[in-house]
Design a protein around this ligand. Structure first.
Ligand code: GRF
Length: 204
């Protein structure tokens, strides 16, 4: 298809969000294609998902590099090899540096399992439970140089129910993740996202 968005996905684990984006591409909901999947972990199940879909699946081991910048240089080189337009972080458990962000300005997205700016960082669902919050959710945002601080694209809320465990809350949130992440990528692929400072708007 013409002007098809070339998506590079970075993962570290299961890759269920990757799957939701691959499925939306296959269905034609997203005018785009996942052209490569890169994991810093060799055993990430998401690599299997990619291979099954016939998508190049690469393991780039962060431990083989001298530091975060050197690792990000390798990521950028690989993403460029595949001519990637949009970088999607989907459970990628690495802090990224300006090396990657400068190479893809406002072209790196992330999903975080909380209603940002509440509960950034690790174990967001546990943080929400321990805080006693009554509502949780997930956020798709553009990535900037902070931790989970970039401009918000879409959020979805879910209730926190009496008796919830971290697992039950994770599952409820993930259902929404699998809906809003492909939707955010779709909006991007159609050129409908405008960013003005912190504020992202969707054109009609
Ligand atoms: C998701 O919960 C996402 O919010 C967080 O990491 C998890 C990745 O899950 N950033 P998966 O690998 O996509 O299944």
């Amino acid at each position: 298809m013409g002007n098809e968005l070339k998506i590079g996905v970075l993962i570290s684990g299961s890759g269920s969000n990757l799957q939701s984006i691959m499925d939306a591409c296959a269905k034609g909901t997203i005018n785009g294609r996942v052209v490569c999947v890169i994991s810093n972990k060799a055993d990430a199940f998401g690599l299997e998902r990619a291979r099954k879909a016939g998508i190049p699946a690469l393991h780039l081991d962060h431990r083989a590099y001298t530091g975060r910048e050197a690792y990000d240089e390798a990521l950028v080189a690989t993403l460029r090899e595949f001519d990637v337009d949009l970088v999607v972080l989907a459970g990628f458990m690495r802090i990224i540096t300006s090396v990657l962000l400068d190479a893809f300005p406002m072209r790196v997205m992330n999903i975080h399992p909380a209603l940002l700016p509440a509960f950034p960082g690790l174990h967001a669902q546990r943080q929400a439970l321990e805080y006693g919050a009554k509502v949780a959710g997930c956020t798709v945002h553009f990535v900037d140089c902070g931790t989970d601080t970039g401009p918000i694209i879409i959020q979805a809320a879910v209730p926190i129910l009496a008796g919830d465990t971290e697992e039950s809350l994770c599952a409820r949130i993930q259902k929404e993740e699998h809906r809003i992440y492909p939707e955010a990528v779709r909006l991007f692929s159609e050129g409908l996202l405008q960013v003005d400072g912190r504020v992202v708007t969707v054109s009609a």
